[in-house]
Write a protein that binds this ligand. Structure first.
Ligand code: GRF
Length: 189
């Protein structure tokens, strides 16, 4: 049974969905810790409501290898899931958790990836570009932004009627459907 730490900065709908999924599938994994860099983020309330320990960390704590590795070891973490975490993962974490850090990106990478491409910016760029499809990418995290091995992608149509809001809704529903199961398939079997 794997122990997961979810890193998130915002609303936390993916974090909540993953926590609930593994509460229903406890033979595979347990979310042992939610780490957040924003004291007011919705993800903290969602995690606390579901009885999952949380840690709010500063940027300097995130970059402090002794602090971070101890925190993760205290909770016996063996897998890190990034779900809307808006800070750069330091190299020591990538080295210590090589091939055990997974991210979800709300587009079909390499399209709409890279600097500045997070959250709503992605959906605005997708609509502005007039592409006919978008989707989600679940990938390993390496030293290079949005560049690790792609584990899974799922697509959805973009029509002329779509707005950044409606694209976001479609993306969230793909994320809800697939993210926990892909974590289970690649890391918990
Ligand atoms: C998701 O769309 C995810 O793909 C991206 O950030 C968003 C986080 O949403 N990396 P939420 O906080 O899980 O609701």
């Amino acid at each position: 049974m794997k122990k997961i730490a979810i890193f998130a900065s915002g609303n936390g709908s993916n974090a909540e969905n993953i926590i609930r999924y593994f509460k229903e599938n406890p033979q595979s994994a347990e979310v042992a810790l939610v780490i957040c860099n924003k004291p007011q983020a919705g993800v903290l309330y969602r995690a606390e409501k579901l009885g999952v320990p949380t840690a709010v960390i500063t940027k300097s704590e995130l970059n402090d290898s002794v602090f971070m590795l101890e925190l993760l070891q205290q909770h016996s973490v063996d897998l890190i899931v990034l779900a809307g975490f808006l800070q750069m993962i330091p190299a020591f974490l990538i080295n210590s958790y090589r091939d055990k850090i997974v991210n979800i990106h709300p587009s079909l990478l390499p399209a709409f990836g890279g600097k500045g491409m997070f959250g709503r910016n992605v959906h605005e760029a997708v609509v502005a570009a007039g592409v006919q499809e978008t989707g989600i990418t679940i990938h390993l995290v390496t030293e290079k932004y949005d560049d690790g091995a792609i584990l899974f992608q799922a697509k959805t149509d973009v029509t002329h009627q779509d707005t950044p809001d409606s694209v976001e809704t479609k993306i969230h529903s793909l994320e809800k459907e697939y993210f926990p199961q892909i974590i289970e398939k690649f890391f918990c079997k």
